[in-house]
Design a protein around this ligand. Structure first.
Ligand code: ADP
Ligand code: MG
Length: 651
């Protein structure tokens, strides 16, 4: 069944090299019980590793059931190990995170077969007399019991050959004989057993004893009692070079990855913290950003689009007017002249403002009174939702009608509908004809604390001015703003005979500048927050990578064992990737919750405008998955690239 011809194996450590095997030729038949003996360092383990396909010879040929296995790929060898071989090691190599029965079932997840393996695992545990201990952890058992679990694990896939490297090396005499009794039973049931030992007493259980020295076979002796075994017909090797992803296998990996994550709760939590902070800030940032944008758009709408505001005087710096020009006062004629600047200008409204003392029955309130023209309602989105806007006749006739802002309504009328009621403005009776739509705050100023009256009424009856304080102009399109500005500038200079050098006489403010400033401020803020989020995601990712590398090093033996029982490169890789993605995803999900929580707190307590979007949640979550994949890849590759023998040997 097994045939090796003239195999050699040389280990290189730096400059020096050790010839562990110097031309070994050997045939082992179906159903034989072979003990390999020899002094320490004679090459027993090296030979067994090659026979068990854990290692490959440098030269020589190996035939397993007539099939040449030297030259096969690592993954093909792994599949053969899983199907044909069972391993029992001196150090047991059980995974302490899992229960006994899970340890026994472990080779099944690499078999690519579906099914329920618990029953089979329990049967194997019964075989070694540990059926009652299936739920225990390996570290709750004695050495002898652990080795019996390892034997049960070696049997789960019904292998033809059992490889045992010093299976009794760590056990006392009583337990040693118990293990040997089990192995003898298995041999009697037809299993081929290849066992390495350096104890004569243990070797005597075998039917054939091979003695090695310095990498060569010194002696090969069959006991007369041992029947010559029949050779199996060649070509019966069931090589299941099975497909990569099998549903049961995936599920098994998920469970195991989460077991390993949970076995290091504090460490996982700490390493996940970076991702958590990153994701939380992404969520909060986007909530703040969209909230600010929505609030801004609301404000811009109330401001009116393509709006110019012409005021007398200049911008003041430090409270003192710069320069010494006279302040221009505008008249209704100016407004008319500007409105004739078609097609640049669409609508014009002059306005006057002042303070007004308001009285309604027993309540009084002081507010700003604004005299506005007919088009103002359309230009500045001030057309009432309750009641109506002024008529042209009312404006021409200096009628005493008023439209109240919502704050004024609340102060003077509480919950009552103010329409058609009377309010005194600076002792003059006005009839309320409407309530202006709420606009909210612009900075510290409450834009709803205002009373609108016809501009003529404001000038001549209430505020006692014969001039306008300013003129609002709606330009026909955004592209016309600059030409309109210069046309209006020229017009006013001409009408008021202002010298070009005098820049302080009046100014034309462009609301789009204000809009741009607002949007660039919010943009800067989101970029700042975004970069903080990005940095913490990267830092978090590096943290995850670090932990995964530590984890790979810590679990080198585990990886070695998994490979020995048939895990292929992709399997190991998948396991570690699932682990790192599991960590980042956990961090991501907690981060989403924290981020949403922070947004809610900000909006309720600080009164900030926030808006959590499903998009940001999806974005942050998928980003955390990507980070897990990206930063988990290297450690996973490192783990997958380990050689089974070296990994098992790792201390
Ligand atoms: P045994 O199992 O009989 O004690 P081994 O097969 O383990 O012997 O080792 C045979 C020789 O090869 C020893 O001299 C040992 O030091 C050397 N050797 C085994 N494995 C390695 C390795 N991975 N790297 C370097 N030398 C090794
Ligand atoms: Mg050895």
């Amino acid at each position: 069944m097994i045939e090796v011809v003239d195999i050699t194996r040389t280990y290189r450590i730096g400059e020096s090299s050790v010839n562990a095997l110097n031309g070994v030729s050997l045939k082992i038949g179906q159903g034989e019980f072979v003990a390999i003996m020899g002094a320490s360092g004679s090459g027993k383990s090296s030979l067994m590793h090659i026979l068990g396909l854990l290692d490959v010879p440098d030269t020589g040929e190996y035939r397993l059931m007539g099939k040449k296995v030297s030259g096969m790929s690592e993954d093909e060898l792994a599949a053969i190990r899983n199907n044909v071989a069972g391993f029992v090691f001196q150090q047991f190599h059980l995974l302490t995170r899992m229960s006994t029965i899970d340890n026994v079932m472990l080779p099944c997840i690499y078999s690519g077969e579906r099914g329920e393996f618990r029953k089979a695992a329990l049967e194997r545990l019964d075989m070694v007399g540990l059926g009652q201990r299936s739920g225990h952890r390996p570290n709750q058992m004695s050495g002898g019991e652990q080795q019996r679990v390892a034997i049960a694990r070696a049997l789960i896939r019904d292998p033809m050959i059992i490889f045992a490297d010093e299976p009794t090396g760590n056990l006392d005499t009583k337990n040693s004989h118990e293990i040997m009794r089990i192995l003898t039973e298995l041999h009697e049931k037809g299993k081929t057993i290849i066992m390495v030992t350096h104890e004569q007493e243990i070797a005597e259980y075998a039917g054939r004893i091979i003695t090695m020295k310095d990498g060569r076979i010194l002696d090969d002796r069959r006991k007369p009692s041992a029947a010559k075994q029949a050779e199996l017909p060649p070509g019966e090797l069931a090589v299941a070079a099975s497909t990569l992803f099998q549903p049961t296998r995936m599920f098994g990996f998920f469970v195991q990855a989460f077991q390993s994550i949970l076995s290091n709760k504090i460490r996982t939590l700490l390493s996940v913290l970076g991702i958590l902070v990153g994701v939380a800030s992404v969520i909060a940032m986007m909530a703040l950003g969209t909230g600010a944008k929505a609030a801004m758009e609301e404000q811009l709408k109330s401001m009116g689009s393509n709006l110019l505001s012409i005021r007398g005087g200049s911008a003041r710096i430090g409270g003192a007017a710069q320069g010494s020009g006279t302040v221009t006062r505008f008249t209704e004629k100016d407004a008319e002249a500007i409105s004739e600047l078609t097609p640049l200008v669409r609508r014009v409204s002059g306005d006057v403002t002042g303070l007004g003392q308001l009285v309604s029955m027993d309540r009084n309130w002081s507010s700003s009174v604004e005299g506005v023209d007919y088009d103002y309602g359309q230009m500045r989105a001030a057309t009432p939702t309750i009641g109506r806007w002024f008529t042209r006749q009312e404006i021409q006739g200096r009628e005493k009608v008023a439209i109240l802002g919502t704050t004024v309504v609340t102060k003077l009328f509480g919950n009552l509908n103010p329409v058609d009621r009377v309010v005194k403005i600076n002792r003059i009776n006005f009839r309320v004809i409407g309530v202006a739509p709420a606009k909210g705050f612009s900075g510290p100023r409450d834009q709803d604390d205002v009373v609108l009256i016809p501009v003529t009424t404001g000038m001549y009856r209430v505020l006692g001015k014969n001039y306008l304080d300013g003129i609002f102009v709606e330009v026909s399109s955004a592209a016309n703003i600059e030409p309109a500005k210069s046309a209006i500038d020229a017009l006013i200079r001409k009408r008021h005979k202002v010298l070009p050098s005098n820049e302080d006489s009046f100014n034309i403010r462009d609301m789009t500048q204000f809009q741009q400033m607002l949007s660039s401020t919010t943009q800067t803020m989101s970029m700042l927050l975004g970069s903080i989020a990005a940095i913490s995601l990267v830092v978090g990712g590096i943290g995850i990578m670090n932990i995964m590398l530590v984890s790979v090093t810590e679990r080198t033996k585990e990886i070695g064992l998994r490979k020995a029982i048939g895990a292929r490169k992709a399997d190991i890789m998948l396991q570690f990737l699932i682990e790192s993605v599991g960590m980042t995803l956990t961090g991501g999900i907690i981060g989403v919750l924290v981020g949403v929580g922070v947004s809610v707190i900000l909006s309720t307590f600080a009164g900030w405008a926030v808006k959590t979007s499903a998009f940001s949640v999806v974005l942050a979550t998928s980003f955390s998955v990507l980070i897990g994949l990206f930063f988990g890849l290297w450690p996973a590759q490192k783990a997958a690239g380990l050689k089974p023998v070296e990994a098992l040997r790792y201390e």
